[in-house]
Write a new protein. Structure first.
Length: 95
């Protein structure tokens, strides 16, 4: 896994990760929490597969330039992809 950057808004970070999933790029979002105030801090973006790091960095630069672009509204599609992956994982476990 490799960190490609961070975003100050956890919701935007998740939105970007959802978009990447639709591109078959797995991204983990790790959000820090301030222990004393319980406020959320920076959200680090981690790419699982090394071969996707360069593309993910390019996608992040494009996202930062225009995060409100409609193409980044991918949470529903990403949710469906996650469900399909869970079903496939369960099928493999039952074999």
């Amino acid at each position: 896994m490799r960190r490609i950057g961070s975003l100050s808004d956890p919701q935007l970070a998740q939105q970007f990760a959802d978009y990447l999933l639709t591109k078959q790029i797995h991204c983990n979002v790790q959000t820090e929490r301030n222990e004393s105030t319980a406020e959320l801090g920076e959200s680090d973006l981690w790419i699982r597969d090394e071969e996707h790091v360069d593309q993910a960095k390019q996608e992040l630069n494009e996202f930062l330039a225009n995060p409100s672009d409609a193409k980044y509204k991918a949470s529903e599609q990403a949710s469906q992809l996650r469900k399909e992956q869970q079903r496939e994982d369960q099928r493999r476990k039952s074999l």
